[in-house]
Design a protein around this ligand. Structure first.
Ligand code: UDP
Ligand code: MG
Length: 316
């Protein structure tokens, strides 16, 4: 029997782009159904992430216009990762497969055919991977590439050039539901669940309308979050660096003693200042890294809910 597909789409202040892209998702659902690849009761599931504009009204209207459109609304803005999680968790008991995709039309909707094919031939997770970044600005391209390199250097395993466009089967999602961490970094967590996976390549386009919600500040935040919630390598690095500086200091002490004994001590203001500045800078950075981890632990022990659904377009 053909699998039931839920397309999960996070939306935050997307009133410009939603009316353009929503019909495209529905059309894709129709095509896949017509081709006999997915079941008729498949759905397009919008997750409103506490938008401040008309996004939720648009979703509600869409749901009234066609039963294939459904939507849930988060009680407030919780960020992209939590919105996707809310959608996936909502979908996992109603469908066989989910595909998560942004609502701005940047990810090629037509790649879904290949994703479903991969699922039908045995993959439980299919990653959408960008072939190139020609359409991104030079700045976005370099920062994004730096992002992946830095992540892997810091021990956070992620699929290169894969964002949050992926197919996950309900079976994998049910296992994933046991990963209860509050610090969410989906693209690092999904590979940890395991199961057979494959990749589908596509060209990423420009946003069809509206503006990106991921400026550099948020990208850096995402990188730091990703690294610190997936790996403790930075802690090892600062320990290693601490040992290195300690050895240098020891040599410095010997040097100072010998110089003093030989009676050739000079007024070494510059060297002292440099050393003090350098070591205190390094110490502050190390403290900051430790602080990041303590912050993570703090948030984890609270066990706050990761998402709160306030509204649905259907009756429970
Ligand atoms: N998004 C969200 N909550 C947020 C920010 C963004 O649900 O707090 C959604 C947004 O509506 C879009 C997706 O996440 O569907 C990706 O955001 P965006 O296109 O702004 O990021 P970019 O593609 O520029 O990295
Ligand atoms: Mg986008």
């Amino acid at each position: 029997m053909a699998p039931v597909l839920y397309i999960v789409i996070p939306c935050y202040n997307e009133q410009e782009v939603l009316p353009i892209t929503a019909p495209l998702f529905l059309e894709k659902l129709r095509q896949l159904t017509a081709a006999g690849k997915i079941a008729e009761d498949s759905r397009v599931l919008f997750v409103n992430d506490g938008s401040k504009d008309r996004t939720w009204e648009i979703i509600s209207e869409l749901a009234k216009s066609d039963p294939h459109y459904i939507g849930i609304s988060q009680s407030r803005n919780r960020g992209h990762q939590n919105a996707v999680l809310a959608g996936l968790m909502e979908a996992k008991d109603r469908c066989d497969i989910t595909i998560s995709i942004d609502c701005d039309g940047q990810d090629d909707i037509n790649a879904m055919d290949a994703m479903v094919d991969e699922y039908l031939s045995g993959s439980e997770v299919v990653y959408g991977v960008r072939e190139s970044r020609e359409t991104d600005t030079f700045f976005k391209r370099t920062t994004a590439q730096g992002f992946y390199r830095f992540l892997s250097a810091m021990g956070a395993e992620v699929v290169y050039n894969h964002a949050d466009y992926r197919l996950i089967s309900a079976r994998v999602l049910k296992e994933f539901a046991h990963f209860e961490e509050v610090n969410l970094f989906l693209r690092g967590l999904v590979p940890l669940v395991g199961f057979k996976s494959s990749s589908v390549y596509y060209k990423r386009a420009e946003r069809l309308a509206g503006e990106s919600h991921y400026p550099l500040r948020k990208m850096i935040g995402l990188a730091v979050d990703g690294i610190t919630s997936l790996s403790v390598k930075p802690l090892h690095l600062i320990t290693g660096f601490g040992v290195f500086v300690a050895i240098l200091s020891f040599i410095g002490v010997l040097w100072a003693l010998i110089a003093a004994l030989c009676g050739s001590t000079v007024a070494g203001w510059a060297s002292t200042t440099c050393i003090v500045c350098f070591v205190s800078g390094v110490q502050l950075i190390c403290l900051g890294i430790l602080g990041e981890y303590i912050g993570k632990i703090y948030m984890e022990v609270k066990r706050r809910p990761r998402y709160i659904i306030s509204e649905r377009t259907w009756e429970e």
